[in-house]
Design a protein around this ligand. Sequence first.
Ligand code: PRP
Ligand code: URA
Length: 208
Amino acid sequence: MPIHEIRHPLIRHKLGLMRRADLSTKNFREMAQEIGALLTYEATKDLPLEPTRVAGWAGEVDVEKLAGKKVTVVPILRAGIGMLDGVLTLIPGAKVSAVGIARNEETLQAQPYLEKLVGQLDQRLALIVDPMLATGGSMVATIDMLKQAGARTVRALVLVAAPEGIAAVERAHPDVHIYTASVDDHLNENGYIIPGLGDAGDRIFGTR
Ligand code: PRP
Ligand code: URA
């Protein structure tokens, strides 16, 4: 099942605060990063490890470390930046691949405007971050971009997902697992998620 709704009490509490229309920009930003970190924890549970040996206080110790190429985090600009530091808190060595996609507010079509991807994508886990999965257009365009550049293992972290967006990703990319704090109810006639969070980019950047 490629959709994972993570109903951890800390996530439920923080998301509940984010739903408040009167939450300050500062607090909204903080919660987005914190939930981003908590979703990262869930989405990386099966990262491969390899054995290694370190000099411990009482002599040599057999331990483990992450194996293979570093993870790449892929924030979808602009709002994805609002979760990036949360992911990097847990994976500080990750490489960042920035993707710019703007959703045309009339047609709801995703319009790519920036692609700055790291190399050797075929050997890395790509973790896309974007607070909102609405029609799914922006997410599908980003996954298309990553796969065209060679990515083979792609996961998406979103704060809130609409059933329409989940279905669109499942149709286009059934191998991509989505980790979310909430599967919400539906999209309204303007393509906004209900109950949702409103315009996440505006709330993170203070432009509302
Ligand atoms: C928002 C959001 C997603 C997209 C979701 O970004 O952050 O990227 O819309 O909608 P979709 O699933 O229908 O494509 P927006 O394009 O408003 O840009 P912003 O991040 O610059 O605010
Ligand atoms: N983008 C947002 O920021 N919010 C939505 O509800 C849908 C798209």
